[in-house]
Design a protein around this ligand. Sequence first.
Ligand code: HEM
Length: 216
Amino acid sequence: MIKKPNEKIIRHSASERINHWLVVIFFLFTAISGLGFFFPSLNWLMNILGTPQLSRVLHPFLGAMMFVLFVGMFIRYFKHNFIDKQDIIWAKNIDKISKNQEVGDVGQYNLGQKAVFWLATICLFLLLISGIIIWRPYFSDYFPIPIIRLALLLHSVAAIGLIMTIIIHVYAAIWVKGSILAMVEGWVTRAWAKKHHPRWYREIVEKEKPQQEKSS
Ligand code: HEM
């Protein structure tokens, strides 16, 4: 039984939220301009940064900025994204999850969220390495043509991987009511926390105990 189910608890601090939404802004500009370079039918998207020429110049800088900002998120979140036994239970009951039922003693993040975290990390790392190799004015001269070709392929595959991962991430965020508010305003209700992340909620209650004892 939760005493005050509608009471708000903090899920993401202000700096975590600012970090996340900055990554989103840089992701949108790099992804949209990148899709414009890649598909002839989407060439018009190259105007997202003013003109196609400007997009060509700015895309690698924005991508590098996104990586640097994501490192901030990685440092904040990686400790909550290690796979544990409860995640196996979650994965085995994926049919129940798809019917909106909660399964297992989920901590701060469930296996789906952890998968998004690690896939985004891998894709961004590959995008940075391959992006440096194909960055013409600065680095390409240091690499032989076959390596540049390979890097171009890797860059495209990692970009598609990241875009698909984020589409699933956004879908899940809309699906679980209350989670977008958590990333916008920072809070969730006790009932939300207990329903979706019971182990994380117990940890919060444990942390509150000494404070309650002090104030009583
Ligand atoms: C419009 C796009 C996006 C929306 C609406 C969105 C929404 C959200 C929401 C609601 C959460 C909080 C989930 C919770 O507290 O349970 C979250 C967490 C997170 N998001 Fe996003 N997001 C977007 C784009 C991105 C992008 C582009 C990235 C990285 C490249 C990203 C990486 C993360 C990470 C790492 C977390 C923490 C979850 C974890 O560590 O497993 N998001 N996002």
